[in-house]
Design a protein around this ligand. Structure first.
Ligand SMILES: *[C@@H]1O[C@H](CO)[C@@H](O)[C@H](O)[C@H]1NC(C)=O
Ligand SMILES: *[C@@H]1O[C@H](CO)[C@@H](O)[C@H](O)[C@H]1NC(C)=O
Ligand SMILES: *[C@@H]1O[C@H](CO)[C@@H](O)[C@H](O)[C@H]1NC(C)=O
Ligand SMILES: *[C@@H]1O[C@H](CO)[C@@H](O)[C@H](O)[C@H]1NC(C)=O
Ligand SMILES: *[C@@H]1O[C@H](CO)[C@@H](O)[C@H](O)[C@H]1NC(C)=O
Ligand SMILES: *[C@@H]1O[C@H](CO)[C@@H](O)[C@H](O)[C@H]1NC(C)=O
Ligand SMILES: *[C@@H]1O[C@H](CO)[C@@H](O)[C@H](O)[C@H]1NC(C)=O
Length: 512
């Protein structure tokens, strides 16, 4: 009895301490490319060579799948709907749509249909989708095909608000796309997106599949039975969370039904991990030549991070930690470049508004103590969130605080610019009730939608907007790496935007 208990204990300890990365084995070598969508009609934006196009990558991933294909999507609209009066595509001519690049979405849809025909085992997991057709596309792709499964997961049943917002493709358990592009034709040619395409990376894919499987499991569990409304001491709000959440006092937590979940006793919330799981994978970057001296650099580790924290497993870090540590990875005198659609220092969808200074604090910390320059690029478009400007000005006030005393040894600086994709004011259906609107692009287009940060040494490519909800109630995934080629090329992508004629500085508030 005693020895079997001991055996069980030993096994548990062995499982719990098993590194996520197969140390000792010869390191896996895979290929990595950065991926972009650049809206049409942006002639003045310099192109970064060697970067792939989102439409090509998604089409290839479907085209190359032989055994399985897993897709996490917020919503689907790969096929344009110019004839649907409820659609933001309504009223545009076929010639307009071809000019907008709608063919790219159609090609991705067709590649998915073909993968389904080839009997690839396909799983589509999404939020309920958007008006007017919600989950019609994955549903049609799955219709009559026993090898294609489609599931809708409503995170608001578990977290009170929040959605599946990750955009992740995994093909044959080894090729991966992670980035900002939705399964929407407009994301391929009318919205500015950034992502990463990893080819031949089974170790990384295996971990992403755990996250995927856990989301899939959630979709079949009874959320009412497994969620509870509690007082969250960290964020000072009453809110609904899964019953295994670390926002619940330790003794009141249930045991998680999800695979590989790690419980941390006697801690409120999700603490910063000192040694989050990393992948010691050697990345080759066919889209970017780095000198052979750098090729062997020891900084080849990569990582994944996840949101919300109740979906963390093993020793992977939360998405918030990964963003904060990317900012803090900046060396003395270095530069952090941050690109986002949304920026708010609070929550957007919760019943009680939550104040959230995690990222702005990290920025102020590095400009104060490390003489860092932080350049932040935020989208300005038809749907810019109210409050954005005030939070940006508040961040800019760090420059005033930095110089507030002659005794300060603060030499860093933050700069903020708005990104305005030309045409953003003229988006929407071309016709409403038979009357021309004067719009020249479909609805929800002409926006800088990428979500990434890059310091001098570390690149982080995510799916989350920089607002509290995306880190605590919404499903998001990021890939990050110290690979010098990815770091340098992501800097080039940022600098092409930052120095383009499509940006305008956000003006500071003057010192009192
Ligand atoms: C498979 O992917 C590669 C790039 O990784 C691409 O060149 C090729 O065209 C893809 N094949 C198909 C059938 O899509
Ligand atoms: C796909 O999912 C939606 C939403 O859950 C559901 O209504 C539809 O029946 C599903 N379609 C198929 C073919 O499984
Ligand atoms: C889900 O759980 C709740 C609370 O335990 C219970 O009342 C309800 O019947 C369950 N629903 C289903 C479909 O099992
Ligand atoms: C990388 O270098 C090779 C050989 O010099 C060249 O053929 C290739 O075009 C370069 N690739 C990029 C993306 O610059
Ligand atoms: C890189 O490392 C490998 C294995 O350690 C070694 O064989 C190779 O010579 C190194 N290349 C360079 C350019 O240093
Ligand atoms: C701070 O960094 C800038 C470069 O970003 C450099 O020009 C300046 O000399 C540095 N100042 C100090 C005090 O280190
Ligand atoms: C179109 O007209 C109908 C009937 O007059 C009206 O109910 C509807 O709100 C109109 N739609 C739009 C988008 O204005």
């Amino acid at each position: 009895m005693r020895s079997s208990c001991l055996l069980v204990l030993v096994v548990i300890v062995a499982v719990k301490s098993a590194p996520a990365v197969e140390a000792g084995r010869s390191p896996e070598s895979c290929k990595a490319w950065l991926v972009q969508s650049i809206p049409t009609d942006m002639p003045l934006l310099p192109r970064v060579p060697g970067v792939l196009a989102s439409g090509d990558v998604l089409r290839w991933m479907a085209g190359n799948a032989t055994r399985r294909l897993d897709v996490i999507a917020q919503y689907w609209q790969l096929l344009a709907q110019p004839g649907n009066p409820k659609s933001g595509d309504y009223g545009y001519s076929n010639a307009d749509l071809e000019r907008f690049g709608a063919g790219e979405g159609r090609a991705v849809y067709k590649a998915l249909e073909e993968a389904a025909e080839r009997r690839v085992d396909i799983r589509f997991l999404q939020h309920s989708g958007v008006y007017p057709d919600y989950t019609e596309e994955p549903s049609s792709l799955a219709s009559g095909k026993p090898n294609v499964h489609n599931v809708t997961l409503l995170l608001s049943d578990w977290w009170g608000s929040g959605i599946v917002h990750a955009k992740v493709w995994i093909s044959d358990s080894e090729d991966i796309y992670i980035g900002s592009a939705n399964n929407d034709w407009k994301s391929l040619t009318q919205v500015k997106e950034v992502g990463v395409y990893l080819v031949g990376c089974p170790n990384i894919a295996k971990r992403l599949e755990i996250y995927f499987d856990n989301l899939w499991t959630l979709s079949s569990l009874n959320a009412t039975a497994y969620s509870i409304t509690v007082w969250d001491k960290i964020w000072q709000a009453s809110r609904k969370v899964p019953c295994w959440s670390h926002f619940i006092p330790y003794r009141e937590r249930c045991s998680s039904p999800l695979q590989h979940y790690v419980d941390t006793p006697h801690v409120d919330g999700y603490p910063i991990l000192s040694d989050p799981d990393k992948f010691h994978v050697s990345l080759m970057t066919p889209g970017y030549n780095i000198s052979s001296a750098l090729q062997n650099s020891s900084y080849q580790t990569s990582y994944l991070s996840f949101a919300p924290p109740e979906l963390l497993f093993e020793k992977f870090q939360s998405d918030e930690q990964a963003w904060v540590e990317t900012i803090k990875s900046v060396p003395f005198g270095g530069t952090v470049r941050i690109n986002t659609m949304d920026w708010l220092g609070e929550s957007q969808y919760t019943k009680q508004t939550i104040y959230w200074s995690s990222l702005s604090s990290a920025i102020s910390e590095v400009i104060f103590s490390k003489n860092a320059t932080v350049n932040l690029l935020v989208a300005y478009w038809t749907h810019t969130l109210e409050g954005t400007e005030q939070y940006l000005k508040s961040l800019l006030y760090s420059n005033v605080l930095c110089k507030s005393s002659e005794y300060n040894k603060c030499h860093g600086k933050v700069a903020v610019k708005y990104y305005k994709v030309p045409g953003y004011k003229k988006t929407g259906a071309a016709l409403i009730n038979g009357t021309a609107t004067g719009n020249i692009y479909p609805a929800y287009t002409r926006v800088n939608h990428g979500k990434y940060a890059v310091s001098d040494v570390r690149a982080h490519i995510g799916t989350s907007n920089l607002v509290w909800d995306y880190f605590y109630t919404t499903a998001g995934v990021s890939f990050g790496t110290y690979h010098p080629g990815i770091v340098a090329q992501l800097q080039e992508i940022f600098d092409a935007d930052w120095t383009s004629p499509y940006v305008v500085p956000v003006e500071p508030i003057a010192a009192a």
